[in-house]
Write a protein that binds this ligand. Structure first.
Ligand code: NA7
Length: 541
């Protein structure tokens, strides 16, 4: 082992490569440094931020509270950063991530404007060879792809997308060097997910005419955006490590500010209505009941939110189109806004319901539906992402059996504990499939997964540096467990959503998020370390 290890030391350019500089990437670089590992970072953008770098569209804001959506690993960061809003804007979160990267002294480790194109593992020396757009090949022992779950924009699957003669923007790639001015313009927005719901009210403020092309309606509830509560901030700052630990003990990786105190099953109809109204007023309607996870409780919440949505839109046809009748609350990613629904009460804002009049094609002068051509000067695509597996497939990642990860996952993602894949040893995938992922607090998840990954790396370094990969049996067990919990989540397996790849034509329909809860997930990860990785194969080279 000693001579093999020396061979590794001679050949590898660094111990760890971290790709991406969002929440997970910045923390991974810091962790690598703390553990005395040599490192390189690559980032395709010109600055840190990941999701919060690219999605700079008007109105972009986090709908998880700033109290929760932040790092807690460093007390001074918690104490020295003050959020200006309880749900921070894109600009503020990106500034925060820059602040953390500077504090952690990791900026100098990152090669910006550099995309990782390919990564190949060799069993001969146990190393990853990573090729970048700067035509550099870097060799490392551990590869951490902190590339995010929603970073690969979906290519619009609409005929004639290149025919449009006006201006085109994507919410997921909003220009950094241009102030987009909609004044006096006829604007079309395609897509009504979280991005569309946030951008539409802002665009409506200046556009002359705004046409929103909606394929599927989404639930929209009020946001908590507003001033931070100084008492809550003081409480967080008292003991950030305790806050961090407590978040890992919850189901979703965050401490909810409010939750219903009563159980749906113990209330009569009037009691349920009272609890729902109280939760609506307190802006925690998804958690109106202690047992809100039950199918019956979810049905009541869905019905209540539909009723509230109908009340906010004046035109009856528009209101009915904007309400999601086809899926239960949470089946798709619900949206939050205090302005979205009211925007349709403005005389220059028009809803085009694609279930009634589908888009036939984009033409030079606008969008042609089955009814007519809508003339436009600007089209904004808020059409989402090739979620979770898409970012990985964009890199040619080749495993020990010569297969690309896109081939290994041709029938859908397969991994263990959401972070490692058989035949891809020493490759670590934070924020990927089959982790609590997008159904948890991604900031808590980033810290937890990076801790787990670097605790694993520590173990390997101290135990003769074997290669590590999950066994096929563990992957199968994890697939079954993921499916087991998905079945318990209302709408998970019955709704067409990007959680299960349904937004991308031809993508296998596999529910890609682990719904067993953050606590169980964290405990399962750390049980592996405590027991010497029984669910993995340790390969000597
Ligand atoms: P989403 O949530 O995937 O929303 C994309 C929207 O675009 C959604 O309404 C789609 O309708 C619509 N879409 C996609 N393709 C088309 C075509 N071809 N024609 C018409 N409409 C289309 O992405 P977002 O960026 O809004 O949000 C992503 C996540 O970011 C969000 O969940 C938060 O976690 C933050 P569909 O519903 O597929 O019928």
């Amino acid at each position: 082992m000693t001579s093999q290890r020396q061979a590794c030391e001679i050949r590898s350019d660094c111990d760890v490569i971290v790709v991406g500089s969002g929440f997970a990437g910045i923390y991974a670089l810091w962790q690598a440094r703390q553990r005395g590992l040599s490192l390189r970072g690559f980032e395709r953008a010109s600055d840190v931020g990941g999701t919060w770098y690219w999605n700079a569209y008007p109105g972009a804001r986090c709908d998880v509270e700033s109290y929760n959506y932040a790092y807690f690993f460093d007390e001074s960061i918690v104490r020295d950063w003050s959020w200006s809003d309880a749900c921070a804007s894109q600009e503020e979160i990106q500034r925060y991530l820059k602040f953390v990267a500077e504090r952690c002294n990791v900026l100098e480790d990152i090669a910006f404007n550099t995309e990782v194109l390919a990564a190949t593992h060799s069993l001969e020396d146990g190393l990853w060879s990573v090729t970048t757009s700067a035509e550099e090949t870097v060799i490392c022992r551990y590869l951490v792809l902190a590339i995010g779950a929603l970073s690969e924009p979906k290519t619009p699957d609409i005929e004639g997308v290149n025919s449009f003669s006006g201006d085109v923007y994507f919410t997921s790639r909003w220009p950094k060097d241009e102030v987009v001015d909609f004044s006096g313009k006829r604007v079309g927005v395609i897509g009504t997910g979280s991005s569309g719901v946030q951008a539409i009210p802002e665009i409506a403020k200046s556009a002359a005419e705004l046409h929103v092309f909606q394929r599927t309606a989404n639930y929209v509830t009020p946001t908590r955006s507003g001033p931070m509560d100084p008492n809550l901030v003081a409480q967080l700052r008292k003991n950030p490590h305790a806050v961090r630990q407590a978040a890992r003990e919850t189901y979703g990786g965050h401490t909810p500010l409010d939750i219903g105190t009563e159980r749906f099953l113990e209330l009569d109809d009037a009691g349920r209505e009272r609890a729902l109204q109280k939760a609506w007023d307190g802006k925690y309607v998804p958690l109106a009941f202690r047992d809100a996870y039950l199918f019956e409780a979810n049905a009541a919440i869905s019905e209540f939110v539909r009723k509230k949505m109908l009340e906010q839109v004046e035109d009856e046809w528009t209101a009915n189109q904007l309400v999601p009748w086809d899926h239960p609350y949470g089946g798709k990613r619900p949206c939050m806004s205090n302005a979205y629904l009211q925007t349709y009460n403005l005389p220059h804002v028009h809803l085009v319901s694609l279930s009634e009049t589908p888009i036939e094609q984009i033409v030079a002068g606008g969008i042609k539906t089955s009814k007519d051509v809508i003339p436009l000067d600007v089209i904004v695509y808020a059409t989402g992402f090739d979620a979770i597996s898409g970012p990985l497939f964009a890199i040619d990642i080749c495993g020990t059996d010569g297969k690309l990860i896109s081939e290994a996952w041709a029938d859908g993602p397969s991994n263990y504990l959401g972070t490692m894949v058989h035949c891809f040893p020493n490759l670590f995938l934070p924020s990927s499939a089959m982790s609590p992922s997008v159904l948890s607090n991604m900031a808590t998840l980033a810290e937890q997964q990076i801790d787990f990954i670097f605790d694993t790396i520590d173990w390997l370094e101290n135990n003769g540096r074997p290669l590590i990969q999950p066994s096929p049996e563990s992957q199968e067990r994890w697939r079954e467990e993921t499916l087991h919990y998905a079945k318990q989540r209302p709408g998970a397996l019955t709704t067409k959503s990007w959680y299960s790849g349904a937004n991308i034509p031809g993508k296998p329909r596999v529910f890609m998020v682990y719904c067993g809860g953050f606590k169980r997930y964290n405990e399962t990860c750390y049980k592996e370390i405590a027991e010497g990785f029984p669910g993995y194969e340790l390969l000597k080279i």
